[in-house]
Design a protein around this ligand. Structure first.
Ligand code: MF3
Ligand code: CO
Ligand code: CO
Length: 289
């Protein structure tokens, strides 16, 4: 049912909202159509960075928990339930729930879905790819990451796409240094992706994160110079989250207003970390350990 005769994904049925215990503090945007404007900059004190790391660790461990349930036959709704239960068990809030009306506690993006797939009654099949994107909010700060997983055994080209997309993220991270412009990140990612002829998604980007889910700072994954010339500074926090495809970088959006697919329905993968800039290089804030 959630796949058509060509094996392409179609919208499934979205279940009712899951509850969050009353004592868990909600981010300020919950219940609003648009988040309140973010006033601060993108640099943080050590105390704040520690809080982003705590949220990032919760989100990463939530993905670990979800990943153990990924197999043929599981629904994306069941995966969302695991993410939701894990995050609230840590006393944190799953940042996507109620963000601009998003109805679930994680994004589950299958095969040709580039990003922002909504968990529903889709049943995963052997050979599918699935990205799990989780953001946790605790003590005023968000940590945001995603990873792409294989459902059972996948084709060699899908397997390589996953490996190289993760490698693209790691190369983007290594390109970060104080004094450089943020457009260096996308230059490195796009150059690497082009070696394999992959599409590099342009219209969805990395972003400043921390005191707000999306602070307004934009981190492209393609070579955008001379645009996006914000200078990287120690203490800055943002995500890098490249989306690579086996075909086009062009996309379509479903009528749900969220689900973004490749226009040619080619497979796509994504990996994301939240990082903090240091005097020398960077530190990843979204690790499980
Ligand atoms: N976590 C996603 C990101 O990496 C944002 C998801 S917003 C949602 O920026 F509303 F779609 F959940
Ligand atoms: Co993000
Ligand atoms: Co994310």
């Amino acid at each position: 049912m959630p796949f058509d005769q060509n094996g392409h994904l179609i919208p499934g049925k979205i279940s009712p909202l899951l509850e969050v215990p009353q004592q868990i503090v909600r981010p300020p945007y919950v219940g609003l159509a648009t988040p309140p404007a973010y006033q601060g900059d993108n640099t943080y004190t050590e105390d704040e960075i520690e809080k982003i790391r705590t949220s990032g660790r919760i989100a990463s461990r939530a993905i670990d928990a979800v990943s153990e349930a990924i197999r043929p036959g599981v629904t994306t709704r069941e995966l969302d339930r695991i993410a939701h239960d894990y995050v609230i068990a840590q006393g944190a809030y799953p940042s996507t729930l109620g963000y601009r009306g998003f109805p679930k506690s994680c994004c589950t993006s299958v095969n040709e879905v580039i990003c922002h797939g909504i968990p529903d009654d889709t049943v995963l099949r052997e050979g599918d790819l699935i990205n799990i994107d989780i953001t946790a909010y605790l003590d005023g700060y968000h940590g945001d990451l995603n990873r792409t997983f294989r459902v059972g055994e996948v084709s060699e080209e899908a397997d390589l796409l996953i490996q190289r997309t993760e490698q693209a993220l790691m190369r983007g991270i290594k390109a970060v240094a104080p004094g450089r412009e943020v457009n260096v990140i996308g230059r490195v990612i796009e150059t690497y992706a082009k070696r394999f002829g992959y599409g590099v998604v342009r219209d969805f980007t990395g972003h400043g994160v921390g005191a707000a889910f999306h602070t307004g700072l934009i981190i492209p994954h393609y070579d955008s110079a001379p645009s996006y010339n914000d200078v990287i500074k120690p203490g800055m926090v943002f995500t890098i989250e490249p989306m690579l495809t086996l075909g086009t970088h062009e996309w379509d959006m479903w009528e749900d207003g969220w689900t973004v697919t490749t226009r040619d329905k080619s497979l796509t993968a994504q990996f994301e970390h939240t990082i903090v800039v240091r005097e020398q290089g960077v530190e990843i804030l979204t690790l499980s350990e």
